[in-house]
Design a protein around this ligand. Structure first.
Ligand SMILES: [Zn+2]
Length: 402
């Protein structure tokens, strides 16, 4: 080090300046090196400015109100003492975890007398319990919309409005239809347009000035145009169709699904057969494909036969990046309707089968019922080979891995 210092002292002045400058440049470069290295690891600048949002939607099938469900919900104390909350006790966490939860309300809330099949009217506490479970939107166009005629259609709308539950499919008059249809739901920066139709109303004619949306392709085409004009991120069509108790969709459903997809519907959600029907992707206009579930099956009912004693909830997550929306995941959850005797009546509790499988201890269920539930579960696995589970009810061990 001393030799270097002596060598420097004896150098000519210009040479000294040159060495000092070189040394300075070298130090500056060394100081900046870490910043350049860090910059090389960073993604391109535009990625920092991208905005990504997600929205999770779930869709449940037929909410029925058979006579035995009404008896099971009755509590001592007269007309105001119906309570449906326990029905959803075990699935409330799941339903309310979604940003938007939708179901098909296949009863009227027409007031007394409360009856099941064939002309349904359930106590309004059914809607209260659905809302408490986490449902935000109910589809009301189905073959039971007119079970209690004009009064039933209108009271159902009044009850849902009074509770603040969004609904679509039936309307008091054409002014309400013009104003509220398609139903636009805005949530977390996403705009969702909902359409809802039914093949018919069990031969009961709609009374003026009420409106019920029918599976009429001329009408649907006009409605899809109106929906697109609202510039939604997705158009969702909830449709009542198909043949009861048939596990496969028919040609008419396939044709109508293609029509809706070509018209701009991204998700087509089927109900009415009371059994689950397949899931498929079909060509669409403005995206790679639209998704259709031909039937979700029963969400809650007193139907106990094979395939009818449960249903699925479709679970769809959308991702929006710089205003481009795509489906990030699409899965399902099997829900089984557990019916068992309690205080001399039958009561109903929904069970998410994947929750039962990861922790059966909280459920008290007979061996016979457990076997029926597992048969339902296995049947679904065969029927929906192209649809994964939602992932919500992962086994505890997997959840802890993260
Ligand atoms: Zn139906």
């Amino acid at each position: 080090m001393a030799n270097i210092r002596i060598y420097f002292v004896f150098l000519p002045p210009m040479e000294k300046i040159r060495i000092i400058l070189l040394f300075g440049v070298a130090c500056f470069a060394l100081c900046l090196a870490p910043f350049f290295a860090a910059a090389a690891d960073c993604p391109p600048v535009q990625d920092h400015c991208e905005r990504t949002d997600t929205l999770r939607m779930i869709f449940a099938g037929d909410v029925m109100g058979h006579g035995m469900q009404i008896t099971g919900a009755w509590r001592d104390g007269g007309d105001t003492a119906y309570c449906y909350h326990p029905v959803f006790r075990y699935v409330k966490d799941y339903i309310s975890s979604a940003d938007v939860a939708v179901a098909n309300l296949e009863v009227t809330l027409a007031g007394a007398p409360y009856r099941g099949y064939p002309e349904f009217s359930s106590h309004l506490s059914l809607a209260v319990a659905l809302q408490d479970a986490g449902f935000d939107v109910l589809a009301t166009a189905n073959n039971h919309s007119l079970d209690r005629r004009k009064q039933g259609l209108e009271r159902t709308i009044d009850v849902l409005d009074s509770l603040g539950i969004r609904h679509t499919g039936t309307f008091k008059d054409s002014a309400a239809w013009r104003q509220d249809y398609p139903l636009l739901v805005e949530r977390k920066g996403f705009r969702l347009a909902f359409l809802n139709y039914t093949y018919g109303t069990n031969g009961i004619a709609v009374e003026s000035p009420n409106v019920i949306n029918r599976n009429d392709t001329m009408r649907m085409a006009a409605d899809l145009l109106k929906a697109r004009a609202l510039q939604p991120d997705v158009i969702i069509t909830f449709i009542h169709w198909g043949e009861e108790y048939r596990n496969r969709e028919n040609a008419a459903q396939q044709q109508l699904a293609r029509f809706l997809a070509r018209g701009g519907s991204h998700l087509i959600i089927g109900a009415h057969p009371h059994v689950v029907q397949p899931f498929a992707k079909i060509p669409a206009t403005d995206r790679d494909s639209a998704a259709v579930i031909y039937s979700l099956g029963n969400f809650v009912s007193n139907q106990r036969d094979r395939y009818r004693n449960g249903g699925i909830v479709l679970d769809v997550t959308l991702v929006k990046t710089d205003s481009v929306v795509r489906v990030a995941s699409c899965g399902y959850e099997p829900f089984w309707v557990h019916r068992f005797p309690e205080n001399s009546v039958s009561v109903f509790r929904l069970i998410a089968v994947n929750d039962f499988l990861r922790g059966p201890s909280k459920y008290i269920i007979s061996e016979t019922n457990r076997k029926l539930m597992m048969q339902f579960y296995e049947d679904l696995r065969l029927l929906l080979p192209n649809l994964p589970f939602s992932g919500y009810y992962r086994p505890e061990a997997e959840a802890h891995d993260e």
